[in-house]
Design a protein around this ligand. Structure first.
Ligand code: GDP
Ligand code: MN
Length: 383
């Protein structure tokens, strides 16, 4: 899950990474109160999980209470690329001499952690990577060995930061690596990491993605979960413990296993349709799970047809079929359903479905046939 900037900064602060003194607020009076307490100038920052807030007018400097009030009024409720601002973070403004970029993420191909550091920060790193790839110093870190101070020094030297920033950068990067690994993050990014005119290095922004599968190790992460931004469909799915990602299309997709669910999304695209979602119901395709999944799918007004793609492995075909049949009696479904059922005990499963089959509930022999039929029923012309 992605954190808001203020949550990322609070996480960084726990690992001793210097961030500005600040507080999140949701109302204008609170914003002024916090700004008065922190002391001017302050920065009023929109808390939305999208980049380029500055350019969109979501980051403003305030020199006094009146300006803090005006900026908080303007930014709270602002729409930034479809994200409505509900929280602003007020922090002590920093003087900036230079802006750098620093991050750690997982390089799955290399099976190692990847650190990136650049003297060209404050802009999108993708842009730096494209226009000036040599300006990014990369380091691969073996998770077993960790990042040593010596390696970190070499890395900082390679990035050619201002020498005045060296000590501060080394210290912050070692701490950032700890936050990344001990915090079970998939990404930690500081952009910009700044050097102040008086020689301090400091995180001015924070982007953190945590690994949802590690939340059991961090009981306090439930607070982050509570502030996650989900659309209505995703919220509904989340409540039922389903692995669901909302998409824009019209073919609702249900599959067992993340790999098959991804392939199902792909094949719907391949035959010229557009999937409404990714949904992995996992191993136990019983009636409860199937009813929950169908409930989420039909809550999406864009769905015109439903493609249930099941390959029985440990899950047996008759269990899936019973799950579908019982779910159909429990959930009001207007969209036609196309089922592909293969694998363990598929024949037994198909027999159970047989009496229920109609134009509205079809079995197709292969995944490709089923995808084409689902796309056709959604109003498309399958390839
Ligand atoms: P983003 O645009 O969403 O990535 O938001 P950032 O938090 O990275 O801020 C964007 C830019 O605003 C930074 O690169 C800085 O140039 C500027 N900025 C943010 N905070 C401060 C501050 O405290 N002082 C000054 N002078 N500029 C700031
Ligand atoms: Mn930034």
């Amino acid at each position: 899950m992605d954190l808001f900037e203020y949550q990322g900064k609070q996480l960084f602060a726990r690992y001793g990474i210097p961030v500005s003194d600040g507080a999140p607020v949701t109302t204008v009076p609170e914003a002024v109160e916090v700004a008065d307490r922190i002391g001017y100038p302050v920065v009023v920052k929109a808390q939305v999980q999208v980049g380029g807030r500055g350019k969109a007018g979501g980051i403003k400097l305030a020199a006094n209470s009146d300006e803090a009030k005006a900026h908080a009024e303007a930014i709270l409720g602002m729409d930034i690329k479809g994200h409505v601002v509900k929280v602003v973070w007020i922090e002590r403004a920093s003087d900036i001499a230079e802006e750098y970029y620093a991050s750690f993420t997982l390089d799955r191909g290399a099976k190692l952690h990847l650190g990136m550091l650049s003297a060209q920060g404050g802009v999108e790193i993708e842009q730096v990577a494209e226009e000036n790839p040599d300006a990014i110093a990369r380091i691969h870190v073996d998770p077993v060995d960790g990042l040593t101070e010596a390696q970190c020094r070499e890395w900082v030297a390679a990035a050619k930061l201002n020498p005045a920033a060296t000590e501060g950068a080394v210290e912050i990067l070692l701490r950032l690596y700890r936050a990344y690994t001990e915090g079970d993050a998939d990404l930690v990014e500081i952009n910009p990491l700044i050097l102040t005119p008086d020689g301090r290095v400091h995180a001015l922004d924070a982007k953190v993605t945590l690994d949802d599968n590690a939340t059991f190790r961090h009981p306090d992460y439930v607070d982050y979960d509570a502030t996650q931004v989900r659309d209505a469909r995703e919220e509904f799915a989340h409540q039922q413990g389903l692995q669901y990602v909302g998409l824009e299309g019209s073919v609702g997709v249900i599959a067992n296993g993340a790999g098959l669910a991804m392939s199902t999304v792909d094949i719907v695209n391949q035959v010229g349709g557009s999937p409404a979602n990714f949904l992995d119901i996992g191993g136990g395709a019983n009636a409860d799970v199937m009813a929950g999944a169908l409930g989420v799918i039909v809550s999406d007004p864009n769905v015109r047809s439903i493609f249930i793609n099941i390959f029985g492995g440990i899950t047996k075909g008759e269990e899936v079929a019973n799950g579908i049949v019982q779910a159909l009696d429990r959930v009001q479904i207007d969209a036609p359903i196309v089922i592909r059922l293969d694998g363990t005990n598929a024949d037994e499963g198909r027999k159970i479905l047989e009496p229920r089959l109609s134009d509205r509930l079809q079995l197709q022999p292969t995944m490709l046939d089923a995808a084409r039929k689902a796309v056709e029923l959604a109003g498309g012309v399958p390839k």
